[in-house]
Design a protein around this ligand. Structure first.
Ligand SMILES: [Zn+2]
Length: 174
């Protein structure tokens, strides 16, 4: 993935907006403006070099992401993926892989919660579309086994909206 691109004025405007958003995301996920600036500086190759805010965000988050993956902290992975996808989308980039990763981590979080709360038997997941788009709405309330959901990842794959707003919820067993 490229971390920078040539700057025209409109690109610079959207990049400035993206930078503010990336800063906000970094802070909401427990890091400081200083952490962001250090990462930005590290990625910059010259004084006038533009660095994509999504790349800076990813650099700040990478260690947390790896730690979360090692510890199966699915919720953290879901959050980082979703925020990263939003930033890439704002830059006009291909955000599908990041958005799909957030959906798949969401499913794994539900699977993990099902085994933590033994009083509750979670057997599967279902789609809540909330009026996202017609293809997603057609899946509303549909149940998937965990492996089916992970393999097919119908949301966000079937989505025709610019940003899939669907979510997975636990389907209680018994
Ligand atoms: Zn949709």
């Amino acid at each position: 993935m490229s971390t920078r691109r040539a700057g025209t004025s409109s690109k610079r405007d959207s990049q400035a907006t993206g930078r503010v958003l990336a800063l906000r995301f970094v802070r909401s996920l427990g890091f400081s403006v200083h952490d962001f600036e250090i990462a930005e500086q590290a990625l910059r190759q010259g004084p006038d070099d533009d660095v994509l805010p999504s790349a800076v965000f990813w650099r700040v988050m990478q260690k947390s992401y790896e730690d979360a993956r090692a510890l199966d902290h699915w919720h953290t992975l879901t959050l980082i993926d979703a925020h990263r996808a939003l930033l890439i989308k704002g830059e006009g980039g291909d955000f599908r892989a990041a958005r799909e990763a957030s959906s798949s981590h969401e499913i794994q979080e539900i699977m993990a919660l099902g085994s933590v709360f033994s009083s509750r038997s979670v057997s599967a997941v279902k789609v809540v579309s909330g009026g996202c788009c017609p293809p997603c709405d057609a899946l509303d309330d549909r149940c998937y086994s965990f492996s089916q959901a992970l393999n097919e990842l119908p949301i966000p794959r079937v989505c025709t909206a610019s940003w899939c707003t669907c979510t997975w919820v636990a389907q209680d067993g018994d």
